[in-house]
Design a protein around this ligand. Sequence first.
Ligand SMILES: [Cu+2]
Length: 281
Amino acid sequence: MKFKYILPIILLALFSVSCSEDENDDFQPNEIEGLTKIQELSNDTHVIELYNKSGMFYTGYNEVILRIKNKSNNEFEENANLSWMPIMQMPSMNHSCPKSNPVKAAGKNTVYQGFIIYQMTNADGSGWSLNINYSIDGIDYVASSDIVVLQNELQNVSSFLGSDNTKYVVAFMEPSQPIIGINDLVIGVYKMETMMSFPIVENYSLTLDPRMPGMGNHSSPNNTNLVYNLSDKMYHANLSLTMTGYWVLNLKLLNTSEEVLKGEDITELNTQSSLYLELEF
Ligand SMILES: [Cu+2]
């Protein structure tokens, strides 16, 4: 082949590559800006990309953003129905954890948002896998993979047996960026109904007593107890943080009859509740 035939082919190839990239930018704006990829799960038809801020899963509450790339045209699916099932394999049994299935993120075209609350992990981050079931235009798909879940240094989730002989998971959700002053504290409460089912606990309440163990276990003024919020199905309170540092949020969980299921008051002799979450900022 002579050079005069090759050059137009090269130019054509270059042009079509840059052209298709422009198309992608136009039709699929970057909806994952500021996020870091945790990992991908892939099957024959799709690549599912998982994102959050840190790019890692940690024990406790994990907000997760995902998108589904179609392998045949490299476009992101905009009409998927998703559910997911995190599973931890333990020596004697398997169990799942509290979660919310991913739904289309508000105002976005290609990204879906949900959360997973890992209540434990192995020291080396192993043990968990994630199964994602989804359907697009009436066709069902599955993707699954092992995932790495690292141990959070602070106790931001507590799993325990209540005095009603029911197992509960209590998880810190907000504030993710605590401030000196009044913070909107958000906590999730879940019941371990079976190894695989962790429904939301509604209409209970939690008392709140934040303390600084490093500074004579002092508290702070103007805290409120946690009450159930019907719209987001989580528990909210005013959390008063008077200074930066290490705080223990001492809690008591009460059922709808105001019976204490877990936790104790803080006194001179009892400096910490058996139900608590930690925070440092
Ligand atoms: Cu486990």
